[in-house]
Design a protein around this ligand. Sequence first.
Ligand SMILES: Cc1ncc(COP(=O)(O)O)c(C=O)c1O
Length: 456
Amino acid sequence: MHKIDFELIEMTMDVMKYAIDRISHTKQKIGKPLKAEALKELVGETITEKGIGGEQAFQLWKEHLAKASVPVDHPRNLAFVPAAPTRSAVMFDLVTSVSSIHGAYWMEGAGGIFCENEAMKWVVSLTGLPKGAFGVFTSGGTAANLSAIVTAREHWREDDTYKREKGLIITSIGAHSSIKAMAKVADVDILLVNSEEKLTGTNLKDTIENLTFHQRKRLFAVVATGGTTNAGIIDDLDGIAEVCEKEKLWFHVDAAYGGGALVADSVRHLFNGIERADSITIDPHKWMFSPYDCGAVIYKQPEFAKNAHSQQGSYLDIFKDEGAHGFNPTDYQIQLTRRVRGLPLWFSLATHGTNRYKEAVERGIELAQIAGRIIKDNPNVELVREPSLSCVLYRRIGWNPEDYTNWTYDNHDKGFALVTPTKWKNGDHFETVSRFCFINPDTTEEDIKMILDTMA
Ligand SMILES: Cc1ncc(COP(=O)(O)O)c(C=O)c1O
C-alpha cells in the first residue's frame, strides 16, 4: 500500500485529471441523493479482503457516488448556507492533503501554521478587536462556538464563588442551533430571548433584570449573532457589548455566516460593537470562500483560551520545550490533531488579494437586493421581510408547507436548483416560507428568475 509502482502513477494521473475537471468546471449538475440501499445496489461490495482495485473504486465514485452528492458551489444551490470555495483555495486543499502536515504544534507544522496565521491576521483585522487578539482555525462554526463557550465558562469558574455553579448563557431564538447544542455539550443552561428579530441591548437588560437571584449568579456569557442563519439579521452588538461590560459578562459573537461581510463596506457599520467582543466565530468555509472544513474562533485575550484548552501529557512535554517554541493552534480550541485547514484560505488570499474578497462578498449582498426587487415585481410571491445580508425570506402566495416541500424536491430531482423552506415567526405562530442565501458570486439574476418561475 505504501509502495510506488506503475499502477500508483496511473491512478495519480486519473485523480489529477478528475481534480482538473472539477476545479475548472462551469456547468456541473446538482446531485440527487439516493437511499443507501439503492446506492449499494449500484456499487455492490466495495470493501473486500482483496480489494476491488483503485480503478474500479474510482469508476464507481465517478459514475454513481459523486452524482448522489450536491456540489455546494452550484450557482443555484441557495439552501442553508451554501459555499463557493475559490478555485485556488480548492487547488490548495489538494496541496494541504498531500503535504500531510500535523497542524497542532509549531514543532511539526511551522510552515503551514505560519501561513494560517498570516490569513488569521487578516481575519482578525476585519473585526477591529484590540492588539493582542488572535484566533485559530477550527473544523467549523460549531467547534468554534464550543471552544468559545468552554473558554468563557472556565474563565468564569476561576473565581471560587462559581466553582460549583452550573453556568447560564443568554442568547435569542435567532441564534444558530449549534449554540444550543454546544451549551448542552458544555453542560450550561441557556435562556432564549423569544424573538428572531434583532436582539438589542435593551432586550438583554430586561432579560437580566427578570432573572432570579440564583440565575443571575449563574449567568456568565451572552451570545449575539452577527448574521442569523435564517434571515441574516445582525444583533445590536454595541448595545449588547454595553450591557455585557456593565454586568461583567463574557460577550461572544457568532458570526459564522455573517463574518465574511465584515469585509464589505456597504454593511460593515451594521457590525459596530463586534470589536468589543471577548470571542468571535467566523466560518471561512461560508463567506470567505474556503473549502470544507474551515471555521475560526477569535479571542480578545487568547490566554484565556489557552488556560481552558491546552492539553497536558508527558508525551506532549517536548512541544513546550524551548527548541519547539512557536504558536500551537491546539492550545486555543477543542481539537488536538488537526489539519492545517487555514492553508487553502491563505493561498487564495495570497493569490487574489483581499480586494477580490470584498467584491465577491458585495456581490452576494447585491444578489439579495436584486432578488428582493424581482420578488416585489412577481405577483406570485412576496417578501416576508426586507433582505438582510445575503438572505431573502419570501412566501409563495397561497402555498401551504407541503407545497414548499414538494417544490424543493421537484427542483432537486431535476438537478435544477436546491432551495429549501424554513419557518419564520409570524405573531404567535411559525409560518413556512422559502429562503435564498447567496454566497456564490456566479449566481445570476437569470438564475433567480428561473427559480421563481418554477413557483408559478
Ligand atoms: C450563525 C451560525 N453559527 C454556527 C453555524 C455552525 O457552523 P458549522 O456548520 O460550520 O459547524 C452556522 C452554520 O450555518 C451558522 O450559520
